[in-house]
Design a protein around this ligand. Structure first.
Ligand SMILES: [Fe+2]
Length: 256
């Protein structure tokens, strides 16, 4: 959960014209997308043998320890990245922005909680294969090596997001809880038609404002921002510019 947000920033995000429109049409969008999913279920499905591979990122361990975050480009092997990009889930698999949403104004979906998918994996086998990659022993080992503390970690929450004109994320810290610790999150930017803040590049800040950011990612295609979720740093992005879109995956890892 997001904490320590600036109320004025949340209020501005809540009042963006495209977000107002999407909040007001939430029910219609939800029913329409549900109907499309039902139609989908009539069609047959073919099996997938996709086994995505990642490019090594453990060499950034010192950078992560020093800064609390690290940005990695060319995250997936190019051929596998193209397969994921070309098979990104259709809009019908995402929950529209809800009527009272004020600080995370993107569509979200394809959740996986502690290894249990909240969606039909056969309808989205490519994303499921990606999640299986995240859950694999080798990948989890690399995450632990990146963290540089010998603590074994596994993903406890995974999801996909679609962002568009007006989407934003108010700068915040992630909340703490009793059940999870030694947390690291990453945002895998799959595809965007822009760069930096105009297109949803989640930045790292010292405070809960967008002034004076520490880091703003520019390349939002096959790149990944890792950050220690329990650090003092804030993360977020201002409302996206007209005509821009962003597709991404978020992974939350904690000590297993
Ligand atoms: Fe967050």
């Amino acid at each position: 959960m997001a904490v320590e947000m600036d109320k004025e920033i949340c209020s501005r995000m809540f009042r963006h014209p495209n977000i107002i429109w999407r909040r007001k049409t939430y029910f219609f969008r939800k029913v329409f997308r549900g109907g499309l999913r039902k139609i989908d279920s009539i069609n047959s499905i073919s099996a997938s043998t996709f086994e995505p591979r990642w490019n090594g990122f453990t060499q950034f361990s010192q950078q992560l320890s020093a800064n609390g975050y690290v940005f990695v480009e060319n995250f997936l092997v190019e051929a596998d990245y193209k397969i994921l990009k070309n098979n990104w889930p259709r809009t019908r698999f995402f929950t529209p922005v809800v009527p009272n949403e004020d600080h995370k104004t993107s569509d979200k979906g394809l959740y996986c909680q502690r290894g249990t998918p909240g969606f039909d994996t056969k309808r989205n086998p490519i994303v499921w294969s990606l999640y299986e990659m995240f859950r694999s022993k080798d990948f989890c080992q690399d995450v632990s090596e990146l963290c540089g503390d010998q603590i074994d970690r596994t993903p406890y929450h995974l999801l996909c997001q679609n962002s568009f004109w007006g989407s934003g994320l108010a700068p915040h810290r992630d909340s703490h809880d009793e059940e999870t610790h030694s947390k690291i999150n990453f945002i895998f930017f799959v595809e965007s038609n822009g760069s930096g803040w105009e297109a949803g590049g989640t930045g790292i800040m010292r405070t809960n404002s967008f002034e004076d950011p520490i880091f703003v990612p520019q390349n939002l295609n096959n790149s990944c921002l890792f950050y220690f979720s329990e650090s003092d740093l804030f993360h977020g992005f201002p409302t996206m510019k007209f005509g821009k879109f962003r597709r991404n995956v978020i992974a939350h890892f904690c000590a297993s």
